[in-house]
Design a protein around this ligand. Structure first.
Ligand code: UDP
Ligand code: MG
Length: 320
């Protein structure tokens, strides 16, 4: 009987220094999982350094190293999708190459998914040491907000690092949206997920490609992709200010009838006009965000464009 296959999907963006340490580490893990065949899918997400040459080189070393290389930087979410699309394993794991997703958890994850009835073993960081305090604060707030206003649930500190069954991967691949917010997608497809906890690990080499601003945009994308609450909020605020305006109008008419009509109140008028104008622009902005996303989705552009790939045949497919 042939062994079960585990696919490891690894997005790489400017990771020339981290790929080799990652491979060395994974060799130790492979030794702990002799019951599995392991294939790798490195996805070069338009790196500007020598990542692609490193991938080319390692792919000659063993048939288990496959790679896909994009024509430009499409973002980690697209890289994950490409990897999942190509993965052929009975189980698939997605893992960062910088060793911040500890590979030593993998054997444990595999045992849990095998023995208990789970479809997915996720991981979450219980500490955020080594991360700027302000970033941790906003990250926590983001999780609180998105869990409240959307119908998906994202565990605080959940990483993309997870081990999934083929069935779950197929479900994820059914979601072909261009604006991919993976954390939401993993949760949206459902299935039973068990979360393993671990302490934050700092990057080994290289630098994170996330700035505060890009994280902020990422969270807004997440909210827009999985919640209609902001739209409803603008409607509620609009209704509220309308009702307040009507009440104020009645008050002013009654006061004018009783006390006469001294021409007063232009400063308050200016304030009201500014406040309402601001609210209108804000609502328009919210609607615009959704419209923009809809516009991009309706174009149905591909999620990524490949420039180069190396796909090794699987051991049992090429008749060996
Ligand atoms: N990554 C990617 N495309 C990008 C940005 C990042 O494929 O545009 C990959 C990166 O190579 C790494 C993973 O996504 O394997 C996580 O990136 P990073 O370490 O920068 O994020 P952090 O761990 O700080 O969240
Ligand atoms: Mg990282």
């Amino acid at each position: 009987m042939s062994k079960e296959l585990l696919s490891v999907v690894v997005p790489c963006y400017n990771e020339e220094e981290t790929i080799m340490p990652f491979i060395e580490k994974m060799k130790e893990i492979e030794a702990e999982l002799p019951q599995l065949d392991i294939e790798y899918w490195f996805v070069n997400d338009g790196s500007k350094d020598k990542t692609l040459s490193v991938l080319r080189e390692i792919s000659t070393a063993s048939d288990s190293y496959n790679y896909l290389s994009f024509s430009r930087n499409f973002g980690k979410e697209s890289a994950l999708y490409a990897g999942l699309e190509h993965a052929r394993g009975d189980y698939v794991t997605v893992m960062d190459v910088d060793l911040q997703d500890p590979p030593e958890l993998l054997p444990k994850m595999y045992h849990i998914i095998k023995e208990d009835d789970y479809d997915c073993i996720g991981t979450r960081r219980v500490t955020r040491e080594g991360e700027p305090k302000i970033r941790s604060f906003f990250a926590r707030k983001f999780y609180q907000i998105i869990n409240k206003i959307s119908n998906i649930e994202i565990v605080d500190g959940a990483r993309d690092y997870r081990l999934m069954t083929r069935q779950m991967v197929n479900a994820i691949l059914e979601l072909k949206e261009v604006n991919r917010f993976s954390k939401g997608i993993f949760s949206w497809v459902g299935f039973d997920t068990y979360y393993l906890e671990f302490e934050n690990v700092e990057r080994t080499e290289g630098e994170t490609s996330w700035s505060f601003w890009s994280l902020f945009k990422y969270s807004i994308d997440g909210i827009i992709s999985f919640s209609e609450f902001p739209l409803m909020l603008s409607a509620i605020v609009g209704l509220f200010s309308f009702v307040v305006a009507i009440i104020a109008l009645i008050f002013i008419i009654v006061r004018a009838l009783i006390l006469g009509d001294p021409t007063q109140g232009w400063p308050s008028l200016v304030c009201i006009i500014l406040a309402l104008g601001g609210l209108q622009l804000l609502s328009l902005g919210i609607v615009g965000q959704y419209l923009g996303k809809t516009f991009l989705e309706t174009k149905k552009r591909p999620i990524y464009v490949l420039k180069e790939e190396k796909i090794n045949p699987r051991g049992d497919e090429d008749g060996l």
